[in-house]
Design a protein around this ligand. Structure first.
Ligand SMILES: Nc1ncnc2c1ncn2[C@@H]1O[C@H](COP(=O)(O)OP(=O)(O)OP(=O)(O)O)[C@@H](O)[C@H]1O
Ligand SMILES: [Mg+2]
Length: 213
């Protein structure tokens, strides 16, 4: 039992490192790469916000090493805002156009912090992949609900991916595992030169904590 617990914890930490910290760092590196070509004051001005991003990474590493990664999230009560920040951060420097549609009526206070972290990480790796692979112009994020489930979609109009490359990298595999961890399912659809869409389905009966607990 203890060994199994350790094993799970190791896997969790590996995912946190890969999707959270590594992803953020390579995002920042990509954004700062422009300094290789241009060093005028406007460019430097544009790069300054990445100091703040580096501080965020520091905060995440600190939280992780204290095994308290939840703190990063409970700081910000409003999950809608956390998600908005994630996409604004990413969009501010790239040429990709982001649209965010979030159903304000989804009651995120009924979703545990641990589950919100998993959702956040899935979107974060989805975004990392769009930045690294998709060459997209437009990205749409949708979070809606129907009677039975929360539906989260991340859609890009990039170059799509080959079916056989599915789940070969660590990123997509982690996303699947994270979805399973929170009793959800992740569907990926992709068409060459049309784009890729991720759909995360979260049954309400699992994702919402019961009202009387
Ligand atoms: N949005 C996307 N658009 C186009 N191709 C994608 C997209 N997302 C993933 N891919 C393709 O699927 C492959 C697997 O993605 P995955 O995240 O698992 O690995 P990776 O990003 O290559 O590496 P890492 O292990 O660091 O995540 C990628 O190499 C890429 O070819
Ligand atoms: Mg990846």
């Amino acid at each position: 039992k203890i060994e199994q617990g350790k094993h799970l914890e190791k896997k969790r930490l590996s995912r946190e490192l890969h999707d959270g910290i590594l992803g953020k760092l390579s995002g920042i590196r990509l954004n700062l790469f422009v300094l290789n070509k241009k060093k005028d004051s406007a460019t430097i001005e544009k790069c300054l916000p990445y100091i703040k991003d580096l501080q965020e990474v520091e905060k995440e590493i600190r939280a992780m090493s204290h095994n308290l990664s939840e703190d990063v999230f409970s700081d910000q009560v409003n999950f809608n805002k956390v998600i908005h920040n994630l996409f604004q951060e990413t969009g501010s420097f790239s040429n990709v156009h982001f649209s965010i549609h979030m159903d304000e009526l989804i009651d995120w206070t009924r979703v545990s912090t641990i589950n919100k972290i998993e959702i956040y990480r899935i979107l974060q790796e989805g975004l990392n992949n769009i930045g690294k692979h998709a060459k997209a112009n437009n990205v749409i994020v949708r979070m809606v609900q129907d009677e039975n489930q929360i539906i989260i979609e991340l859609i890009d109009d990039g170059r799509g991916m080959k079916t056989e490359s599915k789940f070969k990298g660590i990123g997509l595999k982690n996303m699947k595992e994270r979805a399973n961890t929170i009793k959800g399912t992740l569907h990926i659809e992709s068409q060459k030169n049309k784009g890729t869409s991720l759909q995360l389905l979260l049954p309400k009966k699992y994702i919402f904590e019961s009202e009387n607990s």
